[in-house]
Structure formats: C-alpha cells, structure tokens
Design a protein around this ligand. Structure first.
Ligand SMILES: [Zn+2]
Length: 324
C-alpha cells in the first residue's frame, strides 16, 4: 500500500460533498487504469441552522481531518475537490446563491477558505454538476466525453458535460433543465417564481401539483404518492405520471438535438416512479430526437451516493491537469 501511494502521490485528493443535512468526505485516489477509489470516508451533520460561517468552518474542519489522515497514510495531498449545494461560481469557488436549506450560505468563499487552511488548490462544483461528472466519467455506461444528466427529485436540476468537463456557465446556471418552458406547465407555478416551466409539473412537487389539479383539488405530498396511486390502478395518477414523464422526455430530446451528447443520464428519486413514468419519458424523448440522434441512449444513473464525491475528485483532477 505504501509503495503504491509513493508511486502515485499526484493522484491523492481530498473530496467533500456538502448538502443541507450532511458533509460527506474522503480521500480519493486515481489508479493507473483510470478508476478511482475513495478511502477514509466520513460523514458529519451540516450545522446549517447556525449559518454560513459555521457551515464553512465545519467543511474546513472535515477537510483538515482528511488531510491529517492522508499525511498519516504517507500520501501527498495535491488538492481539494468540493461538491456543494447552491449555485456556484466555479471560476472563483464562491457560492452565488443558495436555498433556505442553507441559510447564510450565499456569498461563502469556499475555495479561499480551503486554500488558506490547507495550502493546496481547491476546485468547487455545484452538487448536481459534480454528480454528473462522476456518473459520466465512472458511472452508467461510462466513460463518455459528452453527456447530459438530469436529476429529477423535489426539483429538477441537471448538468452538461462536454469533452470530460462540466459546463458551469459564467453564472453557474448551466444545466437548469427544469426551468425551460413546456406547454403542460402553463399556469403552474415554478420554484423560480415563474409559470410554465417543466419543473412545475415534472418534478416531485410538480407531479403532485399536476395530479392535485386533475383529481379535483386533492393534495398529495409528492411523486412517490402519485406513483403508489398509479400502481393501485388509479387512472388519473397513471396519466399524470405518463404526461409528466413525456414532458421531461420531450425536453431531454430537444436538448439532445441542441447539444449532441453521447448519452443522457437520469437520476433522482422520481426516476424510481415506475414503468408508467419511464414509458412516458422514453416516448417523449424518441418523438423529439432528430434522425442522427435517434440512437442516443437514455440511461439511469448507477453510482449512488458516492457520485458527487467521485465527481468532485474528477473535477479537481482535470482542473489541476489544465493548470500544469
Ligand atoms: Zn422555473
């Protein structure tokens, strides 16, 4: 083990994944065959309610702990990769905006704090972007050089990976596939404050809202409950899932025509909504694809909880390679 570490010191990086409830971390090492392993994995609660500075301090403390463990293992740490909740300005490593799950997180200089504390380069990606980079590089059907990923959970996020790099956009917004217009969403309120966006009918809360209107004002918590009703034969729930899936599939088909990816990956809790939803997604996707793109595979994400940690490590590694 020691000999292997000494042979590849340049590939040991600290990787962190910070969300509203926990901070996961580990030491990531790339092997000669391109695969990665993560050791020294750890998870602590995010002190989200104590505010941005306390959350940043907890993140830096976890990075410091992994740094000490790496040194104890005889490894040389060459950098820190972070998957962070919120909209991230990756060029500066600063949180541009964040939701209420992390109060006071907006404006946080993650990169500056980590570089000051550890003296090594840090690279920060938004959590969906890190997840996508992990999946596209190491997950379902990987490796792809160009792929799109959509995460359909409570909301809808996404990321564009082109030539093995996440396209962040100058404002960190690239990949917000949920905030595109779809006619099914006309009159439905989106989390961004606008109406008519895909997320308003095709995310977890959107599917619940669409079902609620169609079922005459019934309230359900989310897509999982609509999927349960569909599985029991509820016709309104079935058409709601099929239509929401088709709307998502049509948007993904249009994006495939626009970006020409090798694959489109689907992750998130709504991806477990069952065959009625998936049939809708596939049919909507197929309807929109231009002829040269019609073989583009639509895949489910495969890496699970480690995807953001791996993606943050891959992102840092690419960043370091480009600097050298
Ligand atoms: Zn929106």
């Amino acid at each position: 083990m020691t000999a292997e570490v000494q042979a590849q010191p340049a590939h040991t990086v600290i990787t962190l994944d910070i969300g509203g409830t926990k901070i996961a971390s580990g030491l990531a090492m790339q092997h000669a065959d391109g695969t990665w392993t993560i050791t020294r994995q750890s998870s602590v609660p995010t002190p989200a309610l104590e505010g941005g500075p306390a959350t940043l301090a907890a993140l830096v403390a976890e990075a410091g702990a992994r740094y000490a463990e790496a040194r104890a293992d005889g490894a040389q740490v060459v950098g820190v990769g972070v998957s962070a909740a919120g909209v991230i300005d990756t060029s500066r490593g600063v949180v541009t905006s964040a939701t209420d799950t992390l109060p006071g997180w907006a404006g946080t200089d993650i990169r500056g704090a980590l570089q000051d504390a550890l003296g090594v380069p840090a690279y920060i990606l938004n959590d969906v972007q890190a997840h996508a980079l992990g999946e596209v590089t190491l997950g379902a059907g990987a490796p792809f050089s160009c792929a799109l990923m959509v995460a359909v959970g409570t909301g809808i996020g996404g990321a564009v990976v082109m030539n093995h790099r996440v396209l962040p956009g100058p404002r960190g917004l690239a990949g917000n596939f949920g905030h595109m217009h779809h006619e099914l969403a006309n009159g439905f309120m989106c989390s961004c404050g606008r109406t008519g966006h895909l997320e308003a009918v095709a995310s977890g809360y959107g599917i619940a809202a669409l079902y609620g209107v169609r079922a005459g004002g019934v309230r359900v918590p989310g897509a999982a409950e609509v999927a349960q009703l569909a599985a029991m034969g509820n016709a309104v729930a079935r058409t709601t899932l099929a239509d929401a899936g088709a709307a998502l599939g049509e948007i993904l088909g249009g994006l495939t025509n626009a970006f020409d990816p090798e694959a489109v990956l689907v992750s998130g809790s709504v991806a477990k909504a069952g065959p009625v939803w998936w049939d809708g997604v596939r049919s909507g996707f197929a309807r929109e694809l231009m002829d040269p793109a019609r073989e583009t595979p639509l895949l489910t994400a495969a890496l699970g909880d480690d995807a953001p940690l791996l993606g943050a490590a891959v992102g840092l590694s690419s960043y370091l390679n480009e600097r050298n």
